[in-house]
Design a protein around this ligand. Structure first.
Ligand code: DX5
Ligand code: ZN
Length: 215
């Protein structure tokens, strides 16, 4: 499968967001990972649909919007209208029936629907709803902050999922050139990375190292 790299804007300098977006776009990013946090599901607060709307104006890259919020159903339309191409909700925040409804609704709108699970949530929890997802996002840190260390348990979860799931598997948290290798070999093909890319002197090299880590 083609490996795609999505720089996570959480580690960008928000005082010059336009330049930061252009920088990773020019450096070869395949998509832009945007972290939405509400201070309830996770202990941090970031941005909302208003900012996503302006990010949309800066780039043609697909916007991969990662909703770490309670009641995501309430905000889905706002993030779709703001220009998201991919929307991920956490299995810990919605019932299976709501996930099904969301998946069907987003499919009709042509938006890719992702279901994410925290490090503490087993793969068995998402099996009943897998058919409604276009991709699964395996968290390799407890969501809330950039710059945390990769939790190795994610590797076996990706393997377990890859054995039963043929579509895209994304991974998010603590990705660098070495953890990228493990997750790609385990079966992940979309890698979100914040601090490793935005903290690199050469962002193009950082993105290429992640993309080619499994080779
Ligand atoms: C964590 C966020 C991640 C985060 C990744 O809650 O969902 O997307 O920005 O940052 P790094 O790559 O620095 O772990
Ligand atoms: Zn994220």
């Amino acid at each position: 499968m083609k490996i795609k790299v999505g720089p996570s804007l959480l580690s960008a300098d928000f005082s010059c967001l336009y330049e930061e977006i252009k920088s990773v776009e020019k450096a070869g990013a395949n998509l832009l990972h945007i972290d939405i946090m509400d201070g309830h599901f996770v202990p941090n607060i970031t941005i909302g649909p208003v900012v996503v709307k302006y990010i949309r104006k800066c780039t043609k890259l697909p916007l991969d919007t990662h909703l770490m919020i309670e009641n995501p159903q309430k905000y889905i339309d706002a993030f779709v209208d703001a220009g998201s191409d991919m929307l991920t909700v956490h299995i810990e925040t919605v019932s299976n029936s709501a996930l099904k409804a969301l998946g069907l609704r987003l499919r009709r709108k042509g938006i890719k629907f992702g279901i994410s699970l925290n490090p503490g949530t087993p793969i068995s929890k998402i099996k009943p709803v897998l058919k409604y997802a276009d991709f699964v996002l395996v968290m390799s840190v407890n969501p809330g902050f950039g710059g945390q260390s990769f939790i190795p348990g994610a590797i076996n979860k990706i393997k377990e999922l890859r054995a039963i799931y043929k579509k895209d598997i994304a991974v998010d948290g603590g990705i660098n050139n070495s953890t990228a290798k493990s997750v790609i070999l385990a079966g992940a093909n979309i890698l979100a990375a914040g601090s490793y890319i935005f903290g690199a002197k050469d962002r193009r090299k950082a993105i290429e190292r992640i993309r080619n880590a499994g080779k």
